[in-house]
Structures are given as structure tokens and as C-alpha cells.
Design a protein around this ligand. Structure first.
Ligand code: BGC
Length: 739
């Protein structure tokens, strides 16, 4: 903070203290209450509650007039004239919809992700929203969990970098700027580890793993100045996150000195009783307030019981004052005390050409090329006379948008079919067939038409995957293969022997083992948002080379889950030679344990596609990794370089990744950990030396002695195009004895 910031902060604290001093207990509690809006209607109840200072924040109200009127009531009719926070789930866009967060993560491009968040903030702020419930920085290693779509993937480093980018985009350089809205890092913490990938389920995470994996992106978001934190619905190690003093007191406030505010998730305070932690709403209010939840979303335990709890001395009045101050501080930082009203004239129109261009670029960079046999892609439009476009997702402006798009308008959507038609001249005949009514359809009624379309065509483009509603909150799947009769449709079309390109739109990684062998090329497009069509068309026809890389591992079959690249080695890591497959076991085989390793009998021990994987239209080769100082002291920086060559004839952007392994630690360490990455443009034939500077602090972890520390010893370092890279060097970290 510079001197001016320090002065402003000091002024804010004085202002807040004075305000809190003047508040009645009911007015204080009012600031802690977040209620659902009435979607363009202000009920008498809401009007009186705002005028009476009994509500501090409203969510799900997006009508500008209504929001301005609510703010007017708050500052003209309430005794202390305190403006309202207006919250909304602006998760991957507002009117303009960007790729789902998991898709944005596949860009590995923090600058792009920040710009998407900025546009989203601008559009949301233009109606009066001043607070978003994003970014979601839950680490998830279970693609069955529907909320993987909202996540930034499986890796703490990638999630931290991109989560920070989102915070910056939403909040801008000052929360008080036009178009800045307060961000909320969620769901604190451990939600992504819900057992069996079933939403709201229990999470059991040892403290070391919690700190080394799940908490890291939250810490990064706080260091970047995130205004608020939302608690998770889930039980963490026996204490639901919404009442978890270890998380909310010890880590968040004592260790990290967070001075924004904490909001519960929807009803998660009263659900403490359903969890079985408390017996009634009064106890639930006590547990949540004692742990450090400042604001209650949806349920009303604070409104009903907090005053009583304070009067009984169970919640100290200083605690209540602190909760109120945390919220007022955010309102102050947002500049709401100066002006809570929204003037449409200050904002560009939503979904304007610039915003659509941004969505187009984001979707392009999010697409991952998983397979491209015999370089079928890109398609040369002058060599195709007829094209089959098949599938329920080829021309559906709603389904391409993905989960959490309350304010997205499918009227702006440009679908693949329309974009392909626009791109191709009339000389190419397009044969469209849905094939299946929805992605879940089991009947084969549409197959005949699809097969006819394919028969008449030189190339077949197949748009399959999952509709929006199959991922997102509470939409988890136990089987993550393509739903409905999609696999059968692929088999039938594959049998025709035509070049077949599979474009998948989905909010999660799918188990594609049964289908990748039947198609010639596969593009993973996630749910790409408003501009899905033009972005996919650009990739299919080679306007740009694909550059996305997987932010999450793709399993072969669901039984491999959890499968993620930064696993532990085990005492018996599998080798190809030690693996036995079920079909090779002789009849009457006797049990032997010697020589056995850690594998499944019925599936290869590798993922279908590893974390970080993604092809492009050129051949990229890595060579000559060098560590410039192969022995460093703790506190110094390691310089690592490698050559990256574009051996093809197209311009590409390659995401160069750096991984590290700490060979021996006071706790066992993952076999690889992503520590840095760079997006590198490469012209045809160009070779570049890519250099990374890795400070030893990046090697620190929460260790056996409950300290974040760099432990001296031997390390391996890799540079490559995905987590399965083998281009390796070594370095050693030694104690700094000079201190
Ligand atoms: C979700 C949150 C969301 C909130 C408000 C809850 O159901 O878990 O992520 O921000 O609703 O809509």
C-alpha cells in the first residue's frame, strides 16, 4: 500500500467505527442479512425491511430501476443511510457469455481470463450489481462433480494464477472505479473434494493436503485483495465449513489477516442442523457467528437469534461489531457511500461488438485438440464439396452457453452450424441432421437421417457432449461417458468410413475411451459460450491453430477417479512390465504379492489424456533442458531453459509448462507439480529458448513439522507441453548457511 492508500484505509476505519458506534443492535444485525431479490418487484416486506435497516444486501436482482430504487430507499429512508450490496452469480459472463470457467482455464492465459472478468463486471455493474459470487477456486480432481465446470481445474498453481486474474478483472485497480465489482472467492474450503463427486457431500482432507492443495488458491485470491469469501456447504473433517473455526478463524483471519467479509452459502447456516452439528437454528447461528461467518445468505437464523445471543453474552458484542465492520468496509471500498446509484450512460451497451470479440477470442483459446489422425484438421474448404453437420449441439444457442448463465441471452449466441454456413461458400453443400433430440436421447429415431447426411458428405462433423444442465451445481454424474445413444451414433457413423471429426461441448471431462478410436479427430470445446460457433469454425478451418491445454486429467474410465497428475509415487509405482491385464491371467492363477505394483487389472494405468495436454496443427518439439545453477541456496532462484521448436508450417501458440519433483521430503511429495507456465508464440520453423526463473520459495510446502518451508535436497525439473513430459534435468537446494 502506498501512503495515499494508507490514508484512505485509515479514513475508512474511522468512518466505519463511528458508524458502528451509532448503530442499534437491530441495525447491526441488518447489515448481516442477505436476502433474495424479487426479480424486478419490490414487495412491501422488502421495502420496509430496507427502510428499517434490517437488510444489508440483496441477491438476484438485476433490474437497474429496481436496484436504484432499493438503493434510494436504503440511503433516503433508512436512519443511517447505508447503501446495499447487490450480489449476483456472474460466473463466466453476464449478457455476453464466455466459456465456462473450466474452458477459460484451458486457455492457460491469465491476461485473457482477466479481460473476460472485466467485461463481465462491466456488464453486471451496468445494471447495478456490485458484488459477484466468483471466482470459484475449489480444486477438483473428480470430474463426476457437476461443479467441475465452474472450477479452474485440478491444479493449485493454475487455479491460483487464474483465480487471481479473475479477481483482478472483477475488482479492477480500484473497487470504486466504474465497472468494478467486489469478487468472492468460494467455496471455503474443501468443497471440490466431496466424496464420490456427489454435490454437497462430505470432504475428509488431512491438514497437510488441505494447505498444500485446496487452500492455496484462496490464499492467492486474498493476497490479490479479494473482497469476500463464501463458505462451502460441505462438512470438512467433521465440522461443516460454515461453522469451521479452524478455517474461518485460525487460517483466514489469524494467519492470513483477511479483512474483507465472509458470507455463508445459500441456507448453509440453517443446514448446520441438518448436518447434525447443531440441534436448532439458534445453535446454528451461534456456531456460524462464532466461527466467523459475517453475512447470512438466504436462511434467517441471524435475523431471529443473533440479538438474543448477544444479549445472553454468548456472542460478544465486539464480535458483532467486527462482523458489521467487515461488511461496511467493503461497501466503503466500493464507493457506495459516495454514490450507490447506477447511471446506464456511463457504461457501454452489453454484448456490444467488442464484448463479442472478446468472447470469440476466449472461446478460441479454450478449445483443446485431443486427437488429429493424419492431420485431418484443419479442413481445407476448397477441397470439400459437401459437409455433414450432425448432432444435438450443432445448432443450439442455449446449450452452448453452459451452467450459471442467468443473465446470458441465447439470442446473441452464434451456433456452429450458422458459423460454418457463413464461413463456407455456396459451393459446399451442408447436410444438417440432429441425430438425437438431446444429448440424453436413447432412441435411435434420428439415426437414419444422420447416416443419410453423412453418406452424402465428404467429411462429417459431429457435435456431441452434454447439455448445459448436465453439469453445474447439484448436477453430478456417476457415469461420465457420453450420455444417451451418442456412443451408438458415433459407432454407426464411424462405420461409414468417412473422415469423422468429433466436437465435444461439455462442462466436465468425459470418459471417452469407447469413442476416440472410432473418430479421426476430437476437439474438446467445453461449453464455449455466446461465440461458440465462430470460435469452433476458426479452429476447424485453420483460421487459428488450437492452443488450449487440459486443466484437468481425462480418465479412461470412471473407476480410475480420482486420477490427477500430481499423485504420490506409492511404494510400488507401476511399470509397464509389472502390470497384468485381466485377460492375461492364467486359469487357477495362484496369489503372489512379490513384484506387484499399484494398478488396476482392467484398465491401463494412465489417463486417456493427461493434465496439460493439447495438440496443435504443427509439430512442437522440446529439447535441451538446462539448469543454469544446479545447486542453489534456499532463498535463491533457479534458472531453467529449454528449446521449443515449431517443426510445422503454421503459426502456433504453445503453452510451455514447468514441473518439479521434490525427491525426498519430511512428507512424501507429488511425482510432479506445476510451478510455472508461459504462452509462447512460434512461427513456422522457429526455435525459441524459453527461460523460467524459479525462486526456491515456489518449492515450499506445509511439512511434517507444520511449517511452510523449502526442504533442502534433490529435485527433478521438467519442461514440456504437458504433464507427461520426459524432458528432465536436476538441481539441488542446500541450506543457506550464511544466515
Ligand atoms: C451456490 C453458490 C452461489 C449461491 C448464490 C449456491 O447454491 O453454491 O455458489 O453463489 O447459491 O446463488
Amino acid at each position: 500500500m502506498n501512503n495515499v492508500d494508507v490514508d484512505i484505509e485509515a479514513h475508512a476505519e474511522r468512518y466505519i467505527d463511528e458508524l458502528v458506534e451509532r448503530m442499534t443492535i437491530d441495525e447491526k444485525i441488518g447489515q448481516l442479512i442477505l436476502v433474495n431479490g424479487a426479480y424486478g418487484n419490490i414487495s412491501d416486506e422488502l421495502r420496509h425491511a430496507v427502510a428499517g435497516g434490517r437488510i444489508g444486501a440483496v441477491l438476484n436482482e438485476v433490474d437497474r430501476e429496481t436496484i436504484n430504487e432499493l438503493q434510494r430507499i436504503a440511503i433516503e429512508e433508512s436512519r443511517l443511510q447505508i447503501p446495499l450490496l447487490i450480489g449476483r452469480d456472474v460466473i463466466h459472463g453476464f449478457t455476453t457469455v464466455f466459456p465456462v470457467p473450466l474452458g477459460q482455464a484451458a486457455s492457460w492465459n491469465p491476461d485473457l481470463v482477466e479481460r473476460c472478468a472485466r467485461v463481465s463486471a462491466m456488464e453486471a455493474a451496468s445494471v447495478g450489481v456490485n458484488w459477484t459470487f466468483a471466482p470459484m477456486v475449489d480444486i477438483t480432481r473428480d470430474p463426476r462433480w457437476g461443479r467441475v465446470a465452474e472450477s479452474l481445474g485440478e491444479d493449485p498453481h493454475l487455479t491460483s494464477v487464474l483465480g487471481v486474474a479473475m479477481v483482478r478483472g472483477f475488482q479492477g485497480s480500484s473497487l470504486a472505479d466504474t465497472g468494478s465489482i467486489a469478487a468472492c472467492a468460494k467455496h471455503f474450503a474443501g468443497y471440490g473434494a466431496s466424496e464420490s463427486g456427489r454435490d454437497y457431500n462430505t470432504a475428509s482432507i488431512p491438514e497437510t493436503e488441505l494447505r498444500n492443495v485446496h487452500l492455496r488458491p484462496f490464499k492467492a485470491a486474498i493476497d490479490a485483495g479479494v473482497a469476500s469469501i463464501m463458505t462451502s456447504f460441505s462438512d470438512l473433517n467433521g465440522i461443516p465449513a460454515t461453522a469451521n473455526q479452524f478455517l474461518l478463524k485460525r487460517v483466514l483471519r489469524d494467519e492470513w489477516s483477511f479483512n474483507g467479509f465472509v458470507v455463508s452459502d445459500w441456507n448453509s447456516i440453517s443446514e448446520l442442523t441438518v448436518h447434525g452439528l447443531t440441534s436448532n437454528d439458534k445453535e446454528a447461528a451461534f456456531e456460524a457467528a462464532s466461527a466467523g461467518v459475517d453475512m447470512e445468505m438466504a436462511s434467517n437464523t441471524y435475523a431471529r437469534f443473533l440479538a438474543e445471543l448477544v444479549q445472553e453474552g454468548k456472542i460478544p458484542s465486539e464480535r458483532l461489531d467486527m462482523m458489521v465492520a467487515n461488511i461496511l468496509r467493503t461497501k466503503f471500498r466500493l464507493g457506495l457511500f459516495q454514490n450507490p446509484f447506477t447511471d446506464a450512460k456511463l457504461f457501454p451497451l452489453p454484448a456490444n461488438d467488442d464484448h463479442l470479440l472478446m468472447a470469440h477470442e476466449a472461446a478460441r483459446q479454450s478449445i483443446v485438440l485431443l486427437k488429429n489422425d493424419e492431420q485431418l484438421l484443419p479442413l481445407a474448404k476448397d477441397r470439400i464439396r459437401s459437409l455433414a453437420v450432425i448432432g444435438p449441439l450443432a445448432d443450439d444457442g442455449y446449450e452452448q452457453l453452459g451452467t450459471w448463465i442467468f443473465d446470458g441471452d441465447p439470442l446473441y449466441s452464434q451456433t456452429p452450424l450458422r458459423a460454418i454456413e457463413k464461413h463456407l461458400s455456396d459451393s459446399v453443400e451442408i447436410h444438417f441432421a440432429r441425430g438425437l433430440e438431446t444429448t440424453r436421447t436413447r432412441g435411435r429415431e434420428g439415426f437414419h437421417e444422420a447416416i443419410e447426411a453423412a453418406r452424402k458428405s465428404d467429411v462429417v462433423l459431429l457435435f456431441l457432449g452434454e447439455e448445459s444442465i448436465l453439469s453445474g451445481e447439484a448436477h453430478c454424474r456417476a457415469d461420465i461417458t457420453l450420455p444417451g445413444a451418442q456412443e451408438e451414433l458415433i459407432a454407426e457413423l464411424g462405420a461409414l468410413g468417412k473422415p469423422l471429426v468429433l466436437v465435444i461441448m461439455a462442462g466436465r471431462p468425459l470418459a471417452l475411451q469407447n469413442v476416440v478410436g472410432r473418430v479421426n479427430a476430437v476437439l474438446m470445446a467445453w461449453h464455449p459460450g455466446t461465440m461458440a460457433g465462430p470460435a469452433i469454425t476458426d479452429i476447424l478451418f485453420g483460421e487459428v491453430s488450437p492452443s488450449g491445454k487440459l486443466p484437468v486429467t481425462f480418465p479412461r474410465v470412471v473407476g480410475q477417479i480420482p486420477i490427477y497428475y500430481s499423485q504420490k509415487n506409492t511404494g510400488r509405482p507401476p511399470t509397464r512390465e509389472s502390470m497384468i491385464l485381466i485377460d492375461d491371467i492364467p486359469r487357477g492363477a495362484k496369489q503372489v504379492s512379490i513384484g506387484n505394483t499399484s494398478f488396476h487389472l482392467d484398465v491401463e494405468n494412465t489417463p486417456l489424456y493427461p493434465f496439460g495436454f493439447g495438440l496443435t496443427y504443427s509439430n512442437i518439439e522440446y529439447a535441451n533442458i538446462q539448469v543454469n545453477n544446479s545447486e542453489v541456496r534456499v532463498g535463491e532462484t533457479i534458472s531453467v531453459t529449454a528449446e521449443v521448436a515449431n517443426k510445422g508450417d503454421r503459426h502456433v501458440e504453445e503453452i510451455v509448462q514447468l514441473y518439479v519433483r521434490d525427491l525426498a521430503g519430511s512428507l512424501t511429495r507429488p511425482v510432479k507439480e506445476l510451478k510455472d507456465f508461459k504462452r509462447v508464440p512460434l512461427n513456422p520453423g522457429e526455435t525459441l529458448t524459453v527461460a523460467f526463473e524459479l525462486p526456491t520459495e515456489a518449492l515450499a510446502f506445509f511439512n511434517r513439522y507444520e511449517m511452510f518451508a523449502v526442504e533442502p535436497g534433490e529435485f527433478h525439473v521438467w519442461i514440456g507441453g504437458n504433464s507427461d513430459t520426459s524432458l528432465r534435468a536436476e538441481f539441488k537446494v542446500v541450506e543457506d548457511t550464511s544466515k
